[in-house]
Design a protein around this ligand. Sequence first.
Ligand code: TXA
Ligand code: MG
Length: 349
Amino acid sequence: MKTKYYDFQEIIDEVQLDEIIKAYKDGEVIAFPTETVYGLGANIYNDQAIKKIYRAKNRPADNPLIAHIGNMEQLYKLVEEIPEKAQILIDTFWPGPLTIIFKKNKEISEVATAGLETLGVRMPDHLVIETILVKGDLILVAPSANISGSPSPTTMKHVADDLDGLVYGIIDGGNCDEGIESTIVDMTGDNPVILRPGTITREDLEEEIGKVEIDESLLGASTKIARAPGMKYKHYAPNAKVHILKNRGDLDLILKKIKSLDVDLNKCALINFDENIEHYRKLEIPNKIILGSIVDLRVGIRNLFRILRDCDILGIEHIFIEDYKEEGLGFSYMNRLKKAANHNYLKES
Ligand code: TXA
Ligand code: MG
């Protein structure tokens, strides 16, 4: 399949917009930008189109998709009820990087929800996708627009690297502002539960609706099975082996590890915070990459997946990357990093 490219970085071309809306209605799958990461969308009412997403991404069939909506009317078409606290979250955080799990209504097929009785919904905060959803009166289900298991795409090029030739179209809407996927909060039980942390933190949610739990599978060395089916899979992983370092990691330990790995220094990369450049000055690794500033973790989060993908392009085999306190945004950063590293910490042993 020859993938069509649409450049909406500067302006949204009306003719192309109509072509895209028609293609979605005809059952094609097209990748689109959002404020979090790029998504690969299909019409929620077309099972054949949704199956194309699973095939293109090589996504396990038990992993449900998130519905993307452009206005509240569309939400009413999807769900049985909107709990009071969910309404508060909607009023506060939509459009924005928050996915809310609702009880789905009967019209939503099992293909979209992978057999679950619930449906994750979010209203993205990005002009391009918002225009498509509203003008086309479309509801699109979409996972991140990457091959399953690789870091989520935060630029059009990332999507093209993974999916060129496998999907009908890719829309370029520039670089994603947030850089990691939306926070997912389950509002179907007695208490709200975070199933995936994102840039809207537990603290942000608690300020609005009081106590919010965190799914046990996300805590510590838990062996509990994740309630967001997708969270149990190996994820966000570059080709390189990732080693998590303590902030201002021990240089001798890094060198010892590199030696024991018997790997070319040119195939190692150090990813550290801006403030720690001086600390690593003596470490003779040619690939030193700055993640962002310690004081504004948003920047590091925005850069994380892009840097992991860049390391693959450079042919890096071992990545050493600094950790962060697992609080607030740091909890979300470490959630993605630990998955990318398969929980591999650099330590004395
Ligand atoms: O920011 C985002 O959420 C991006 C953009 C494209 O919107 N989408 C995204 O989709 O990250 P995906 O498919 O890569 O991740 C969706 C996650 C998976 O872990 C899935 O298991 C979980 O959401 N999920 C979806 N529906 C669910 C449901 N009904 N109950 C529990 N978890 C659900
Ligand atoms: Mg994904």
